[in-house]
Design a protein around this ligand. Structure first.
Ligand code: GDP
Length: 358
């Protein structure tokens, strides 16, 4: 499954956040035979729609989608110079599908900042710079090779052009992801460039920041088009110790509607380019993970490869229509249940039953 790699400078709260993520790990509870890796935290994607589906269908259990975070340890500054731990750091990032940087915004005189001051945008730049330098090295090696191949092969000529375009962006000190609206990221996919991965920022904040909408907007604007989440990693770990009532009280006291980990799960899921569709029956109501833009047969394949091969059609009702009508029978009577074929592109929250040949 796709993963977000958690990175950040020392002392910004990575371990605190990651520990909260792993203590919230759902693998152990829902998938007893899953292998649990120490550096991976798998969290539920909160989805209130499943509760409603379980009510409509009388489901015995609910299975939400999950999001996986990988803790990427290693030295950040100087990583692109290829020193031991730095190399490992870049190699681990290469394996992740998106980059989730924890950034310190909280002030606390007891926690030393590596650069001696709390400056979130400069911290972001430190990591960006290493990734940009690593990508420039990759391109410096790839471009001469592509130049040779381009003479014989038209496809490679296209890749060469894209690689040169990427180089121009990096030379301006920008990540490729930041240029995604004007640069086609898929054109350099085969080069596995680090800054072409989607970025997500976790601003590890204190109460002062969490309740300061202007400051939050400023940071949000600074990292766009990347998404970001504001949370207090220390509070998140405390929340896990509390019962629901006390947890709500603590959240209220820092002006938050819901735990930051839930926001992080949602933002992580979106950043990975994923979406869900839903199935429901007496046994279970379940969310299935697909890529945004997937067609119905692809979606069926997530349940079982045979479903994709033998796909005939999908019976689909949107969650909103089903919710409003209160039952499948009523939704059908209201003309809200559709039969969709092979070309249908799935929508988030489609409630589906597949028809297939075996
Ligand atoms: P890492 O080096 O990035 O993994 O950072 P840690 O998670 O080890 O945190 C470094 C120090 O900062 C620890 O003493 C944490 O207790 C503290 N810390 C982490 N998150 C917060 C936070 O949100 N607020 C405050 N005040 N301290 C924090």
């Amino acid at each position: 499954s796709l993963t977000l790699g958690i990175v950040g400078l020392p002392n910004v709260g990575k371990s605190t956040l990651f520990n909260a993520l792993t203590r919230n790990d759902v693998l152990a509870a829902n998938y007893p035979f899953a292998t649990i890796e120490p550096n991976v935290g798998v969290v539920e994607l909160p989805d209130a729609r499943l509760t409603r589906l379980a009510e409509i269908f009388g489901s015995e259990r609910i299975l939400p989608a999950t999001v996986s975070f990988v803790d990427i340890a290693g030295i950040v500054k100087g990583a692109s110079e290829g020193e031991g731990m730095g190399n490992q750091f870049l190699a681990n990032i290469r394996e992740a599908d998106a980059i989730c940087q924890v950034v310190r915004v909280f002030s606390d005189d007891d926690v030393v900042h590596v650069d001696g001051r709390v400056d979130p945008l400069s911290d972001i730049e430190v990591i960006e710079t290493e990734l940009i330098l690593a990508d420039m090295q990759t391109l410096d090696k790839a471009i001469p090779r592509l130049e040779k191949e381009a003479k014989k092969n038209k496809d490679q000529a296209e890749v060469l052009k894209a690689a040169q375009g990427a180089q121009a962006i990096l030379n301006e000190g920008k990540t490729l992801f930041a240029a995604k609206d004007t640069f086609d990221l898929s054109s350099v996919r085969e080069l596995h460039l680090l800054t072409a991965k989607p970025f997500l920022y976790v601003f590890n904040s204190d109460e002062g920041v969490l309740t300061d909408d202007a400051r939050k907007q400023e940071l949000r604007d600074a990292v766009a088009p990347a998404d970001c989440v504001f949370l207090d990693a220390k509070v998140e770990s405390e929340l896990l110790e509390l019962d629901e009532e006390d947890a709500q009280e603590l959240l209220d006291s820092i002006g938050q509607d819901e735990p930051g980990l839930r926001q992080l799960a949602r933002a992580g899921f979106n950043t990975l380019g994923l979406q869900t569709y839903l199935t429901a029956g007496p046994k279970e109501s379940r969310a299935w993970t697909i890529r945004q833009g997937d067609t119905a047969p692809k979606a069926a394949g997530v349940i079982h490869t045979d479903f994709e091969k033998g796909f005939i059609k999908a019976e689909i009702v949107s969650f909103a229509d089903l919710d409003e009508n209160g039952s499948m029978t009523a939704a059908k009577a209201a003309g809200k249940v559709r039969m969709e074929g092979k070309e249908y592109v799935m929508h988030d929250g489609d409630v589906v039953e597949f028809r297939f040949n075996v």
